[in-house]
Ligand binder design. Structure first.
Ligand code: 13P
Length: 637
């Protein structure tokens, strides 16, 4: 489901609480050592200011465990933000309380106030409602641009949202979600994960997540010594977390995992310390492992050159010290080389981004994600609390969906969709959904994959998997790139005898697996003549939506009077509008309602001019590309 974005809010003269991820590294002199996360938030900050808003910015920095730790103050960040924006950034020495309230009251339109570290309060991590409410009381609007923290159910990320009418995403959040969704929807395989960093404890979740989606996983960095120890190797004075030895032992059986075959060792962890490369199984007792070795670097380069997608999170050694930086630098180079050959590369996590920047390669990968843990959890398909807390966006653009029904074989589908791309591929202000028969989904999906056209399926089974010969699971549809699925089409209700109960189960399953249902309702000719239109639709809605009434905004409704489908008889615009209004009155939450039934280029303009008609579901006319294109561009010459 798409989320409401800052662009859809009216900001003028409003105070905006903007949650960002300013968790940036500070150097020994308490100066910002790397300001990428600050810079990535600029589009949202600048937009809010341009729109006449006043900014109250909240973030955490580090992990002060609920205590005020001056070393984790955001004051240096306020200074850096001011330098970048070339304007004054006020700093509040706290994030809640009377002092902050006073500062907020004194703000003028266009002012920027950065609040002190939210994690100075234990309530932040506990997602304490009173703390969240107090934060919320500072502003009129809430925007979350902190993708890097979206996997945390913390007060300023998740809890705070419920105190606002329309909590929305900032531009960075939108960009991250869209790019990662594209990889998730259709990962190009083989898919290689590279995970590094110091500790198994902080990355074990990431390792488990990546193992579910990748074909190969390289484990480097300090954490590989716990794995070596689990294997029975000597690891000298290297990092090891004994608490994870059992888990490491189990993971070692996973055929997807590659562990470095050689290691760079040093006697001391300091600049200028002499190094030596040894086999992983031959480490001396008095040395530290500080980086991956030469043979491993070559292996990684080779693996990177043979895959189509790479996700990299975590450095391969103590890259901050020049003598120990080669492994990380080589991996960065291998990822960049692969990217230039068309591989999709996603690099995430603060240290990894810092490493890429150090080698001047930050702009050479497909996507630098400001998230580390958030990116990994997103790629596993998990729902992130910081994103879930934001308001779902009712698709604001008119929706034009083409249901091809049982027409168009594979070859015809290819031709039709190519033609559609030519005719409407550039249309930005419509949500265009193509709904081919099952047998054409994979072809169509491939052809439209980098376009604005969206893919839907005509039906799915009510459960995810099992002994249902001839049926199709919604999960398979998702894997093929479908975002939408038609549920309860009248042809299935009347010809195939599908009941409201079955439809209800299908809608629930689609919701669970993240497919947007286009839920069809409508009366027959007979029912219309008997004056039963509202009664029938009422029943279809209440039974179809039983138990999911509060989630109806995650579906699209479609009113398709059975007597108008494929008959050439269209409901008059007034008739249609009246039923649409009735449907809306029966829904607990607002959502888009489409009209379907003999929609053609000739009648689309008047239909779409009706207040409660948000789009059309087109059958016959969607089979002729020129007609469908005219429908898409209704009222647009
Ligand atoms: P027609 O546009 O052919 O009437 O079909 C409508 C329909 O059933 C779309 O799902």
């Amino acid at each position: 489901m798409k989320k409401l974005t800052v662009k859809q809010l009216s900001i003028k003269n409003k105070k905006v609480l903007l949650r960002v991820d300013f968790n940036v590294p500070l150097d020994d002199k308490q100066q910002v050592a790397n300001d990428i996360r600050i810079r990535e938030s600029l589009p949202t900050i600048e937009y809010i200011l341009q729109q006449g808003g006043t900014l109250i910015i909240a973030s955490h920095l580090g992990n002060p465990e609920g205590m005020v730790k001056p070393k984790m103050s955001l004051l240096p960040v306020a200074q850096r933000l001011g330098e970048i924006l070339k304007r004054k950034v006020l700093f509040a020495p706290d994030c809640v309380g009377s002092k902050v309230k006073k500062m907020v009251q004194a703000l003028k339109t266009g002012d920027i106030l950065l609040l002190e570290n939210t994690r100075f309060y234990l309530e932040e991590k506990r997602n304490d409602p009173a703390f969240a409410k107090e934060l919320a009381s500072l502003a009129d609007i809430y925007v979350n641009d902190a993708f890097g923290t979206a996997h945390r159910a913390h007060a300023s990320v998740a809890g705070v949202a419920r105190y606002f009418d329309k909590p929305a995403c900032g531009f960075l959040m939108v960009k991250e979600i869209e790019l990662l969704e594209a990889v998730l929807k259709r990962p190009q395989r083989p898919f290689l994960g590279i995970i590094g960093g110091a500790k198994v404890s902080t990355k074990i979740g990431g390792i488990r997540n990546l193992l579910k989606i990748v074909d190969h996983l390289i484990i480097g960095g300090g954490m590989c010594f716990t794995f070596y120890k689990a294997r029975g190797y000597e690891i000298g004075k290297s990092l090891c977390e004994d608490a994870f030895l059992d888990e490491a032992t189990v993971l070692l059986n996973n055929q997807k995992i590659y562990l470095p075959v050689d290691v760079l060792i040093a006697k001391e962890l300091r600049k200028g310390s002499p190094t030596e490369c040894v086999e992983a199984c031959n480490m001396p007792v008095d040395h530290y492992g500080v980086d991956i070795g030469e043979k491993t670097r070559k292996d990684i380069a080779q693996m990177a050159s043979r895959v189509k997608t790479i996700v990299w999170n975590g450095p391969m050694g103590i890259f901050e010290i020049d003598e120990f930086t080669k492994g990380t630098a080589h991996v960065a180079r291998s990822v960049v080389d692969a990217t230039t050959k068309g591989v999709i590369s996603i690099v995430g996590g603060g240290d990894t981004i810092a490493a890429l920047s150090k080698y001047g390669l930050r702009d050479e990968v497909t996507h630098v994600s400001t998230g580390g843990g958030a990116t990994l959890q997103f790629l596993e398909g998990k729902k992130l609390p910081g994103i879930e807390a934001l308001k779902d966006q009712i698709i604001l653009k008119p929706i034009i969906a083409g249901n091809w029904k049982m027409n168009m074989d594979a070859a015809e589908s290819r031709l039709l969709v190519r033609k559609l791309l030519e005719l409407v591929g550039d249309v930005k202000d419509r949500e265009i959904i193509i709904i081919p028969p099952f047998t054409s989904l994979s072809y169509v999906s491939e052809i439209i994959q980098n376009s604005r056209l969206r893919l839907g399926a005509q039906n799915m089974h009510w459960t995810r998997q099992g002994a249902f010969t001839g049926e199709i699971s919604g999960l398979f549809l998702k894997q093929l790139g479908c975002e939408y699925v038609v549920i309860g089409h009248s042809e299935r209700r009347h010809i195939m005898g599908e009941t409201d109960e079955v439809i209800n189960t299908k809608l629930k399953t689609a919701l669970e697996i993240g497919l947007i249902s286009i839920f069809c309702v409508g009366e027959t000719e007979q029912e219309k003549q008997n004056g039963q239109t509202e009664e029938v639709i009422s029943r279809q809605l209440s039974q179809g939506l039983q138990g999911i009434e509060n989630e109806v905004h995650k579906l699209i409704l479609a009113y398709e009077p059975v007597w108008a489908i494929g008959t050439g008889k269209t409901a008059t615009p007034e008739q249609a509008a009246q039923v649409h209004k009735f449907i809306r009155s029966r829904l607990k939450k607002n959502t888009a309602i489409l009209y379907g039934g003999s929609v053609k280029p000739e009648n689309v303009d008047v239909l779409m001019a009706q207040q409660d008609i948000d789009g059309v579901l087109v059958g016959g006319a969607s089979l002729k590309p020129e007609n469908f294109a005219r429908i898409v561009r209704f009222s647009n010459p």
